[in-house]
Ligand binder design. Structure first.
Ligand code: 13P
Length: 261
């Protein structure tokens, strides 16, 4: 069963709505110039909340195939939760994706696996696809416990989702030591954990379903290293941070299929 790769740019807390509009436009042009085939690789940007309305407007107006989404969502449907954004609000802006459980939110906002699972459920309930982030810190990797640690995160987050909704999720394996450090995991490192994640998904939901779930790698992905990572059998795309802020570089990453691995 073939999985369509997903290249998703996580802008984090960068780019205001004017910069977002210009960045999406430049990404669109760069891909258009290259006759990019969006049926072969899905492209998405994951933007700050304040950018989403502008991105919706420009992608609609220019009939772009670039998808977009948010970087977080409330577990609550509505109500007295000052500062939070609901899944319904994001769905209304035609978001396709929502990042949940990014290591920066786990670290700075104390998000637990249970909360991450609830956020994934909220996104799915709104008809969007959660990109569920998992991955270990350096100490855990050095202790050789990275696979067990990451699979425990998978078990805990997916236990919040029913068997019907769970297979609609995307998983992103992001080893924390590779995020923003320039230290990219080797393709074999990425495959080891992404493959183990797929095996666990097969145990949970059956082999056929596990073969349809996309597992991304994130952490210092660039045009220079993406092709080798994407050549691994269980890596179905990238969650790209810093390099996605440069639309021409992100377009080169999306065109990984044209590079020599
Ligand atoms: P970098 O690509 O900047 O390492 O960030 C990865 C990341 O955290 C994407 O979510």
């Amino acid at each position: 069963m073939s999985r369509i790769p997903l290249m998703a740019g996580n802008w984090k807390m960068n780019l205001d709505h004017l910069e977002a509009t210009a960045t999406v436009q430049r990404l669109h042009w760069a891909l258009q110039d290259a006759n990019f085939d969006y049926d072969k690789v899905e492209v998405a940007v994951l933007a700050p909340f304040t950018d989403l309305r502008s991105i919706q407007t420009i992608t609609d107006a220019d009939n772009m195939s670039i998808r977009y989404g948010a970087q977080d969502v409330s577990v609550h449907p509505d109500g007295a939760y000052t500062g939070e954004i609901s899944a319904r609000m994001l769905a209304k802006l035609s978001c396709s994706y929502v990042v949940v459980g990014h290591s920066e939110r786990r670290q700075y906002h104390g998000e637990t696996d249970m909360e991450v699972g609830e956020k994934a459920l909220a996104a799915l309930g709104g008809g969007m696809v959660p990109i569920i982030c998992v991955g270990e810190a350096l100490g855990i990797r050095k202790a050789g416990e990275h696979v067990a640690y990451t699979l425990a995160q998978i078990d805990a987050v997916f236990s919040e989702l029913g068997p019907e909704l769970a297979p609609r999720a995307v998983v992103a394996y992001e080893p924390i030591w590779a995020i923003g450090t320039g230290e990219v995991a080797t393709p074999a490192d990425a495959q080891e954990v992404c493959g183990a994640i797929r095996e666990r998904l097969a145990e949970l939901y059956g082999r056929e379903t596990a073969e349809t779930i996309r597992v991304l790698y994130g952490g210092s992905v660039k045009s220079a290293n993406v092709a080798a990572i994407m050549a691994e059998p269980d890596v179905d795309g990238g969650l790209v941070g810093g390099a996605s802020l440069d639309p021409e570089e992100f377009a080169r990453i999306c065109r990984f299929g044209e590079h020599v691995a």
